[in-house]
Design a protein around this ligand. Structure first.
Ligand code: IYR
Length: 221
């Protein structure tokens, strides 16, 4: 089947000055983003997360197969079940699985096995990566670059949440198989990440850590 091509009508060109201003402003705004672990229980205005997920769903993906699924969790009982399961895995991680090197790397973040934010925060977004798709007749559809695709979508989601004026935490209890069970997602969906979303607590603090400067992350030739 030949590709059906349509004009690129949504593209906008900016003058070099505007381009520089926009690039600088966008970088500065993203620079304000911090991963937050102290959440307020304030509810998120209705509809905002839907738009953030719409933004995430614009991510490029392997063969445009869009191998992602987002579950928005606001139900207190479900959050509580997730907290219990996540903390069990985290205790295992902090007490046994994590190497001393790994624990040392985490020290500046001040994290431990207690995850109260899984109940305090108004919303959790469980992000699943579909290992393969499924047609209506049950036939499998192969997916390509699934991890890259879902990683990009997650990055856009985090940026969209920040842009909307909310904060998030990328939480990765490992393994996360309990999410399939609690959220009743099929086995072909692999839990990718649990994003905790909401307003920061009034007295929220963040680790005193810095981002690498441009010279450390970019080279030219
Ligand atoms: N999943 C654990 C440990 C953890 C691991 C990394 I790598 C981090 O950047 C942060 C935490 C936890 O959530 O505490």
């Amino acid at each position: 089947m030949p590709a059906r091509l349509v004009p690129l009508s949504a593209y906008r060109e900016y003058s070099p000055d505007d381009m520089q201003t926009r690039a600088r402003a966008f970088a500065a705004d993203l620079h304000r983003r911090r991963t937050v672990r102290d959440f307020s229980s304030r509810a998120i205005p209705e509809g905002v997360l839907d738009d953030c997920i719409r933004a995430a769903g614009t991510a490029p993906s392997g063969a445009n197969l869009q191998p992602w699924h987002f579950v928005v969790i606001t139900d207190p009982a479900t959050k509580s079940r997730i907290r219990t399961a996540a903390e069990a895995e985290e205790r295992e991680f902090y007490e046994t699985r994590a190497t001393p090197e790994w624990l040392a790397a985490l020290e500046p973040l001040g994290t431990d096995a207690n995850k109260p934010f899984l109940e305090t925060a108004p919303a959790l977004i469980a992000i699943f990566a579909e290992a393969y798709g499924e047609r209506a007749d049950g036939a499998r559809v192969k997916h390509y670059y699934t991890t890259e695709s879902v990683g990009i979508a997650t990055g856009l989601l985090i940026a969209a949440i920040h842009h909307a004026g909310l904060v998030s935490l990328t939480h990765t209890p490992s393994p996360m198989g309990f999410l399939n069970e609690i959220l009743e997602r099929p086995a072909r969906e692999r839990p990718f990440l649990l994003l905790v979303v909401g307003y920061p607590a009034d007295e929220a603090t963040v680790p005193d850590i810095a981002r690498k400067p441009l010279d450390a992350i970019r080279s030219t030739r």
